[in-house]
Design a binder for this molecule. Structure first.
Ligand SMILES: [Zn+2]
Length: 464
């Protein structure tokens, strides 16, 4: 028997593999060989079996394999422990809900609460096949969060909450900006994004109007210098354009472009309320757009009426999907976006199944500057992969795994997940953390957070 030249730690074989490689090859009865954190061989099972000598094997017959999914926008603190708590009183506008309810809840989290919250978010993402995420810039206790995340095995980029805008004229704007910039510089220095770091900090801004031009410029300069990315919220509703027009007589993306802080290392979330000139800015600058379909639909952003995402994609803007923490499955987010715009434009053909999978994988990798490592299953890339269970009535016989996974597979039917070659989910359960203890801790912490805020628990119907 000929010598098998490729040494591997693990050989996963028999799956139908949706590679997402340049030729978008789908391998029936495929195999992937992993050594340490990388893919060292991928192809048809017979060919790989002949070429690879592996320490361990994993039988993946009956599964569809994809690259790990990428969530471009998620609040891993604030929401996971308290999402069952109703925020807002009747008649309150969105801005009041934010200041009276949402922000106090976020700010009441202790370091330990945030660590538990981040672990819950990571667990929930991994259980749905997400292996890499971009956090939304609302972490208060970054060190505790990073420590918590490091126990889960997930890949991600996070940022500490900075607000460098002095809304009150009595406040010292210069000092406020300087303090915010110090936080950005410190987090990037403490959690550098180099040597293939699994977790790192980026200058993630809350966005909207919360930061001064100086903070935006500092964030962009950090991204340029360290080869990392800036992310921020902008224009979910008309209130951001109204604010920027009143202050600068420019729409938000026009203003950000005026001050030179857009570019292909910038990712902006929501953008549900932009106009044609802002679309031009996105195209010209190569800025990435992050769409959170659940947030748009739950929050009533009017995306179906005036969202320009089909136009963005048609003009080459890279669009990445986010859940905003309102769902765990990024595939579901991409599916929802496709359905929303198919209906809004009365066009069954826009956002086909193939694009749904691209949105969940390759587009995310591109937005995060990680195409060298993630987004597709190819030799040399990170072993971040997912096995989707097809032994379910919703799958039936598999004629087209791409169409079926994108459009009709049950969401969250994820059996196993590897990140950096480590199996973090097996049979739908975490392997590195104690799930039961985490959920007990999470329930306890959540109840205590709400008690400390002294906000009232409200339910529409009496609970007896
Ligand atoms: Zn958000």
């Amino acid at each position: 028997m000929a010598e098998r030249p490729i040494a591997a730690d693990l050989l996963i074989s028999g799956a139908t593999i949706i590679t997402m490689n340049a030729g978008r090859q789908v391998l029936r009865d495929g195999a992937v060989a992993i050594k340490a954190d990388k893919i060292v061989a991928i192809g048809k099972r017979e060919d790989i079996a002949a070429a690879v000598s592996a320490k361990q094997t994993h039988d993946a017959r009956g599964f569809v394999m994809t690259p790990g999914f990428i969530d471009g926008h998620i609040h891993i603190t604030g929401d996971p422990l308290t999402r069952g708590f109703a925020r807002g009183a009747p008649g309150e506008p969105p801005s009041a809900i934010m200041s009276r309810w949402v922000i106090p809840i976020f700010r009441t989290h202790s370091p330990s609460d945030e660590a538990i919250s981040a672990q819950c978010a990571a667990l929930s993402m991994m259980r749905h096949g997400t292996t890499c995420f971009l956090e939304a810039g609302t972490i208060t206790h970054l060190d505790a969060v990073m420590e918590g995340l490091s126990t889960t095995g997930i890949r991600g980029r996070t940022g500490e909450w900075v607000e460098g805008r002095a809304y009150d004229p009595a406040e010292d704007q210069e000092k406020k900006s300087a303090d915010a910039i110090k936080v950005l510089e410190s987090e990037v220095a403490r959690y550098p994004d180099k040597n293939d770091a699994k977790l790192a900090a980026w200058p993630v801004l809350v966005g909207h109007s919360t930061n001064s031009d100086d903070v935006w410029k500092a964030a962009k300069s950090l991204a340029d210098t360290h080869n990392i990315r800036v992310s921020a919220h902008m224009s979910p509703r008309a209130s951001d354009p109204e604010w920027f027009l009143a202050k600068y007589n420019r729409r938000p993306l026009e203003h950000l472009n005026d001050i030179g802080v857009l570019g292909d290392n910038v990712c902006i979330t929501h953008l549900a309320n932009i106009d044609g000139s802002e679309l031009d800015v996105l195209v010209e600058t190569g800025t990435n757009a992050i769409l959170c379909a659940h947030a748009a639909m739950q929050g009533g952003f009017g995306l179906s009426q005036h969202g320009l995402f089909p136009e963005m994609i048609a003009r080459g803007v890279n669009v990445m999907m986010g859940t905003d923490g309102l769902a765990a499955d990024i595939l579901g987010a991409a599916r929802l976006m496709a359905y929303l715009f198919r209906d809004a434009r009365a066009d069954q053909k826009i956002f086909p199944a193939t694009m749904i999978l691209e949105l969940a994988t390759l587009h995310g990798a591109r937005a995060m500057g990680m195409t060298q490592n993630i987004g597709s299953l190819e030799v040399g890339k990170k072993a971040d992969l997912v096995l989707h269970d097809t032994n379910l009535p919703e799958w039936g016989p598999i004629f087209d795994p791409v169409l079926q996974l994108a459009l009709s597979a049950p969401l969250g039917a994820v059996h196993s997940v590897w990140i950096d070659g480590v199996r973090v989910i097996a049979d739908g359960r975490a392997t590195l953390i104690d799930e039961e203890k985490l959920l007990v801790d999470a329930r306890q912490a959540g109840a205590q957070i709400i008690a400390r805020t002294k906000l009232p628990v409200q339910t529409p119907w009496p609970i007896l």
